[in-house]
Ligand binder design. Sequence first.
Ligand code: SIN
Length: 508
Amino acid sequence: MPLGDLKTTRLPAGAVLVVGAGLAGLFMALKLAPRRVYILTSMRQGEGAASAWAQGGIASAIGAGDTAADHARDTVAAGDGLVDERVALILTSEGPARVRDLMQYGVEFDTDPRGDLVLSLEAAHGRPRVARVKGDLAGKAIIETMVAQAKAAKHITPLLGWRAETLLSDGKGGIAGAMARKDDGSLMAVQADITVMTTGGVGGLFKITTNPKTSRGDALGMAAVHGAVIRDPEFVQFHPTAIDIDQDPNPLATEALRGEGAVLVTADGKRFMDKYHKDGELAPRDDVSRAVFAQIQKGEPPFLDCRAAVGAHFPEEFPTVFASCMSAGIDPRTDLIPIAPAVHYHMGGIMTDDEGRSNLPGLWAVGECAATGVHGANRLASNSLLEAIVFGNRAANAINTEDHPKRQADHIGPQPWLAMTPDVSETLRIAMTKYCGVLRDADGLNTLLDIIAELTDQVGEANPLIAARFIASGALAREESRGGHTRTDFPDEVEPPRSSYITYDQLV
Ligand code: SIN
């Protein structure tokens, strides 16, 4: 592979390098004002950010009669024993103020004629608390608003079209910025005193996913090789109602549809969720995903039936889902929607404290690529956008109130381009879905690790392959079934619940 030209740049003292331009990165960048912020992103406009694809909306205890304690209780229950309750309470206590911040930035959530927020019910929430925008357009509307705010902010400088590839070491165990590459192979070393990873999740490592294909766990790989602790990498969330049509990534049919009363049925219209969980269609996401997968395995393909619950209102209430269905010739007003579970969210990631600090001095992480312990083994619906803004704000406050030593990279030089070729990518994605999907076992996970090793021999230790190794190794080591991680060879939970903390040196 070509080595490419290399240029180097040093950010001003105390400036922050944010890697990634989804909701976590943009919100934090705005909150860091007036501190200088440079946003490094392979995107041009925020169009590839997973945040922009979020349909359901943003959960918070903002409605009359709701409380942070109730929201935290639901978050803890969904997380199946592994949620850090203290961190969950931080999320839910600070959530309403941050949602109001979004409104001040200009996000127009759906309101009733009195001007109060319309709040929707989603699975495993004890009450309606999800704010939406024009039905299923919350992610898109929020990201558009954040991009406009960031463009207008004088303290923010975008570095567009650069994909971060490695982190720069300061030679003393800390991180001093990042090395990024353009599509033409050229390299740029950006030295910074403070580096924050906000690159999102891992869905692009899997064949069946609702995430952008560019969400491949790069931050995890980059941080891990420098010694960052990776927490709970095995916990990947499957969304039960990805639309099963010939599209890659799979479009989502938002959980809000089930909140409105849509039901899961067989091809002949018979409901099946009551056989799997007492809460039926509104059971936690991991339970519904396993049920949907079991139906597929039984040869009884599952469908989402929105005809009675949404019917003629579909185009106005859920325009994104409607357009996806119609593009495949399915009219959800009259037809059943074919569904399958798809990788949707990564609960694991770079271990951080509740203000985004990793164990490496100078390196912070926020949003889906971070693991604070707030989601445990299974994230509660619509808590992800909330996580991005609550912890983005906390990281910004912490960065703005502490002193930061000058960090200088100990070595900057050309590096090989470890590009994932289309063939390698496709082989990895198919293997991840087959062997590390809704159901897992030791034989499959060992096969997967062999495949990852072969692919690594072909292209070198590319970040997605490192991230895949963490997920597969974590899944092999966790000999129990909990939350989003189901081992057919270890079907029970092991008490007491424990998080896993893995470093690069410990990888299988
Ligand atoms: C959905 O709309 O079903 C997804 C929302 C989420 O992932 O929380």
